[in-house]
Ligand binder design. Sequence first.
Ligand SMILES: [Zn+2]
Ligand SMILES: [Zn+2]
Length: 254
Amino acid sequence: MSKKHFLGWALMLLLLAGCTPDTPENEASAHRNDLVLGASARDFLSDEVFTSLELEVVYVTGYEPAQEALQSLVTFLNRYTNKPGGISIRPRAIASPEVGTYSIEEIKNVEKKNRTVFSKDEKLAAFIFFADDKSEDSEEKHRILGKAYMNTSLVIFENEIDEMAGSVSKSEIQTVTLHHEFGHLFGLVNNGTPAQSEHEDPEKKNRAHCSVEGCLMAAAIEFSSSPLSFLEDGQAVLDFDDKCKLDLKANGGK
Ligand SMILES: [Zn+2]
Ligand SMILES: [Zn+2]
């Protein structure tokens, strides 16, 4: 894996203020999948309850995620989570739900109808939906590429990514979006995983994001100027800054 700084990207991704989550409850009922975002942070990070992780990847036919993006996700998860039993991916295509732009309620309905992998014994399960349209909350200047919406669930909006791809490839945008949304499942910032230092974005609409410029968990991701970007298997990837990394370690992660 080559790891070097990667500067000079032209594109700025306005990802993420749209993924501001609900207030977490943090009661541990480890095997449930209907809890608020961040509630399973420690279950993802540590091996105390779950020693392996299975990702159910459901995509609308024609919107299959790039292999590089899924491979990079496994590398990323191995880097930050303690899962000695391994991390596996189970991809599956479905027909379009034909709802047009998606509300979170509609996304949750898709999950209800299509999710088949659930946490069991020592295996933690997560659900990833590659949607065939945008978020209904997306705007020209405020694009929403993905959203982690419950404790083990996230969605990626493929139409949005298609439109943004250019100097940055589609698989690179998928990769960074997947990693960012997993950062939310990991409870960052201060949303299930307590911040060890003050680095939560002070703007209310950017809650649960990182105030360190260039961090993977920044509300608006800037490829162009991030000193935390690097090349991995030929793909440009962003990483967490040291403050986010420390939070993950302190909550049972690597
Ligand atoms: Zn976010
Ligand atoms: Zn950070």
